[in-house]
Design a protein around this ligand. Sequence first.
Ligand code: ARG
Length: 395
Amino acid sequence: MKVVLAYSGGLDTSAAVAWLKQEKAAWVHAVLVDVGQQEDFEALRLRAYQLGADQVSIADKKTELVEKGILPMLQLGATYEKDYLLGTAIARPFIADALVEAALESGASAVCHGATGKGNDYLRFEQRIKILAPGLQIISPWREWKCGGREDALQWVESAGVQIAKKSFDYSIDANLWHSSYEGGCLEQLDLALPDFFQNAMTKMGPLECSITFENGLPTQLNGQDMTALAMIQKLNEGVKQTGFGWLDLIETRTNGLKSRGIYHTPAGSLLYFARAALNKCWFPKPTLDVLDQMGQKVGTLLYQGVWQHPIQVAYEAAAKSLYQNTKGTIQIKIVGAQPFIQSRVATPNLFSDKLGGFSHMQEWPSQFSEALVFFQHLQHHSQPPVAQSLGVSL
Ligand code: ARG
């Protein structure tokens, strides 16, 4: 049997290589998908061969992830349960794409992933694979392993004669160019304070100052320089990592209803979401802000649950694109510690007007307008008799 494995070099997928060889006697093509995780790919490639892989390849999905995944998501401000910026969820469909492409190319009959059946990732991988290549068999070692936890996965790795520093498996880590997530280990003890590694990173002082320009709802310039969104994210990541901004300590509801605790670091992403939200307030009237918000939450939930390219996602992304047509803006932000401060914002259109809304221009605002608004608010939200009375109408 030829199997294409989604290999990240982490504990679970390293164990999967050894297990596929030893238990399934499979011909294993390990695909390492580059979604911007900062890893030594050559070292991981070597390790896969040591674990028994017959072929190891690297698929670069960074640009696709940004252009087709992250930018539409950013435009909608999509989140899950209002806080999570979907760093793992958004990358999974692109990893699944790379697996299916490799399987079709090498004539494999099965694909394998290292996600457990308790989280969300198996759903994201498997729903996408089923759409792209319904005939491919899906192998999920965690469903077949009799073992109880990560210790057992370590045994499979060691059974192949490969030593991996145990220390590096304190947490289950998932990293890409948008975020790093940490789950498991002591993070599952909610009554324990975070280990120093996190506390130190979260209290870095920076500072960082930068300006971001958006055109038609997409980030196009950093500090006045044109650049691709991918380059901007990479550059911003480096800067923001010198500060404590962009961390999230979250309890979330998985698709199956189980609660899980994760620590998320989304440096550039958090800043881009912040910048977009601030400029939105200048660009859009309230009904548009509300609709964007609702669409972002809806699409965020679909992305989280791995329902990639649902017609609602496609439609809402098109709607957001249309709403952002002809908007432009630049926001200057300074981050000190974990706190972003807006230094300046320039937007077109800009619904904020100091002449209309400001404190120094009271006399231009006719007082009848204010009285009329009280009148209409009362009419809509309260009882009608006082309104009738003020008009001299008897009900
Ligand atoms: N809970 C997050 C999600 O479902 C992250 C999952 C993967 N993270 C990990 N550390 N293994 O998107």
